[in-house]
Design a protein around this ligand. Structure first.
Ligand SMILES: [Cu+2]
Length: 203
């Protein structure tokens, strides 16, 4: 897809990518023959099933809204109204249970997190460190059986593809390690201008 200005793709190419459009990145010169170990198996391991009761976790989900702030400069981009502050555990927006939980999860637990695009016509590829997640809802629709506009949603992912105005709910596990982690927009110009938050896994 053509993305000439870093803001988002051009209108013409979002759902009809131009196969002739190429960006030179790296030239590889084959020097010799070698065995081809590159073939991906036609049948991959089945995804483990999601727990049947994931919807019951919706009310207590954690909610993070990524948005542009008004201050500009080094803290131009915000999450839940705040710029990134190192060594700080962020707080969720108020969820349907009326709570604003800390972004803090016990080791061995699972939870739903919602990432919202606060608008302005921007795409935010939102990356969460630690464990890969499963996308369960997109714009209030159950997408556990797939979503034509986001075909990669049916795999394990470490990134939420957040199109303009979208809201995505993901199922996360916190199984292996304790400690502080971050989550951030992977548009690095956004990340470097404070679109990041701290969260934590506790024993
Ligand atoms: Cu962004």
């Amino acid at each position: 897809m053509k993305m000439p200005n870093g803001r988002m793709w051009t209108n013409s190419s979002r759902f009809s990518p131009d196969p002739a459009y190429k960006v030179p990145v790296l030239k590889i010169v084959i020097g010799d023959d070698a065995p081809d170990d590159s073939v991906i198996p036609t049948k991959m391991r089945d995804l483990p099933p999601l727990p049947g009761n994931w919807q019951s976790m919706l009310d207590n989900r954690l909610i993070f809204e990524v948005e542009r702030g008004s201050a500009g400069g080094e803290t131009e981009w915000l999450i839940n109204g705040k710029p990134f502050t190192p060594n700080t555990v962020s707080t969720s927006l108020k969820n349907s249970a009326g709570r604003t939980p800390l972004a803090q999860q016990k080791k061995g637990s699972f939870n739903l997190w919602e990432i919202r695009n606060g608008g302005g016509g921007w795409v935010h590829p939102f990356h969460l460190h630690m464990e890969e997640h499963r996308t369960v809802m997109r714009n209030s629709r159950d997408v556990t059986r797939g979503d034509a506009s986001h075909p990669d949603d049916v795999s394990r992912e470490d990134l939420v593809a957040l199109d303009p105005g979208e809201s995505v709910i993901i199922y996360r596990g916190f199984r292996d390690f304790v400690g502080p982690y971050v989550a951030h927009c992977h548009n690095l110009a956004h990340e470097d201008h404070a679109m990041m938050f701290g969260w934590e896994i506790t024993p």
